[in-house]
Ligand binder design. Structure first.
Ligand SMILES: Cc1cc2nc3c(=O)[nH]c(=O)nc-3n(C[C@H](O)[C@H](O)[C@H](O)COP(=O)(O)OP(=O)(O)OC[C@H]3O[C@@H](n4cnc5c(N)ncnc54)[C@H](O)[C@@H]3O)c2cc1C
Length: 391
């Protein structure tokens, strides 16, 4: 089998590299704290605007809503190169799952209002995802936030938690219960919520890497216009499931991992004394290299499915599972090699590998929780992929 990209795709890759060299702010590549750090977030927004000018934020979207109708493989080339070069990449939920879900189930008005704004990276088009609640994470269908219809509005009351980027977001992609008496999967609806609405309060949660990336969000009699209901009332669970498939399809990041391992191996070449001190790291590099090759092929399989018009489901879970657990193993390999120096964070005299290893060791702990835990992914693979009975 010939897995090479075409000459045209490789030429596009060259264009992406030049774009990144021109627009990515030096010294702020791939630090992963874009949601925490105001200046870094601003740089992300500027970078996104530059991408939007080239229609690259929504490369594969239809032309009439701001895309270029590029192939999924071209999208893959863009994603790979952005991640490999460590371009400012804070998750843009609008382009990754809100927009694609709206294209499938949104009303004409919703599409007109939001799709081109997302594609153009307009100032009020940054989204957050309002699913999880204190009592509803893996078992998301247990969510209790209520949406009660009052004339031509819905009134929202309840609480969300772990909401990434809610402190930056203009809009929220909200799951709320519209029928408390129906079986739990059948009484949920999806809404588009203006995060500036009266009654919305966002409270920060600081994670173990000392980043403010997620939040608690409280709703007290928040009024949403009825036309902001997405798709069919009480059928939101099924719309949400499609958005989750898009989310998981976009999570697997093997080219960013490749960059990290290559940097670790370059360090090991320059500091053979560190490898002598920790000989097992040489063997770990063998494993990490092999895993990246395997993971890349899992990601390519998703693109192949998308090219065939199929939304990846258990295949996306397999890639998400493998990618998130691999990111933890890579950070652990880095820490083994650097020893106590690995704990020195950021630019300081004795920090090694730009001081990013300890930080990523802490940041990646959450990789196997966010977007659905590893246990949930394994359950999806076992039931939907392998046809095993539910436990
Ligand atoms: C970095 C990060 C970002 C996030 N961003 C968002 C966001 O933007 N929006 C949002 O809505 N949510 C977000 N979340 C929340 C995330 O989706 C939930 O944390 C996740 O779904 C797990 O839910 P929980 O925390 O309630 O854990 P629980 O569901 O309570 O799980 C606790 C443990 O039990 C295990 N478990 C649960 N059910 C089963 C089962 N059936 N079989 C086997 N094991 C099981 C889990 O795997 C886990 O180990 C984010 C989380 C993180 C870490």
């Amino acid at each position: 089998m010939d897995f090479r990209f075409t000459d045209e795709q490789e030429a596009f890759r060259g264009e992406v590299k030049s774009f990144i060299a021109e627009h990515a702010p030096e010294g702020r590549l791939g630090t992963g704290d874009e949601e925490s750090n105001d200046a870094a977030h601003q740089q992300v927004l500027e970078f996104q605007k530059a991408m939007a000018q080239k229609r690259w934020l929504t490369l594969a979207w239809p032309k009439e809503v701001g895309g270029l109708e590029a192939s999924h493989w071209q999208q893959m080339v863009l994603n790979e190169e952005m991640a490999y070069q460590g371009a400012p990449s804070s998750q843009n939920m609008g382009t990754m799952w809100v927009g694609p879900a709206l294209m499938l189930v949104g009303s004409d008005e919703q599409k007109q209002t939001h799709l081109s704004r997302i594609a153009d990276a307009e100032d009020d088009s940054w989204w957050c995802t309002l699913y999880s609640e204190p009592g509803a994470g893996s078992d998301l269908a247990s969510l209790q936030t209520r949406a009660t219809q009052d004339g031509d509005e819905f009134v929202i009351n309840g609480q969300k938690i772990w909401t990434s980027g809610a402190h930056r977001a203009d809009w929220g992609w909200l799951a709320a219960r519209t029928d408390p008496d129906a079986p739990k999967h059948r009484g949920i609806s999806m809404f588009l919520m203006d995060m500036k609405s009266p009654g919305v309060s966002v409270r920060p949660l600081v994670n173990m890497a000392n980043d403010h990336s997620f939040n608690e969000v409280y709703f007290e009699d928040v009024r949403i216009p009825a036309p902001n209901l997405v798709g069919e009332r009480d059928r939101g669970w099924y719309h949400l499931a499609v958005a989750l498939d898009f989310e998981r399809s976009s999570i697997a990041g093997f080219s960013g991992s490749k960059r990290t391992v290559e940097a670790q191996m370059a360090y090991a070449q320059e500091h053979p004394e560190d490898l002598e001190r920790t000989p097992q790291v040489r063997l770990e590099f063998g494993d990490r290299f092999t895993e990246i090759e395997v993971g890349t092929n899992l990601a390519y399989r998703i693109v192949h499915l998308q090219t065939s018009g199929i939304i990846a489901n258990y295949e996306a879970s397999a890639a998400k599972l493998f990618s998130s657990e691999l990111s933890q193993r890579i950070a652990a390999t880095g820490m083994s090699m650097l020893g106590l120096y690995g704990q020195l964070d950021g630019p300081q005299p004795h920090a090694k590998l730009d001081g990013g290893t300890g930080k990523s060791y802490l940041q990646n702990v959450s990789a196997t929780i966010g977007g659905g835990t590893s246990e949930v992914q394994r359950n999806i693979i076992a039931t939907r992929g392998l046809g095993l009975p539910r436990g």
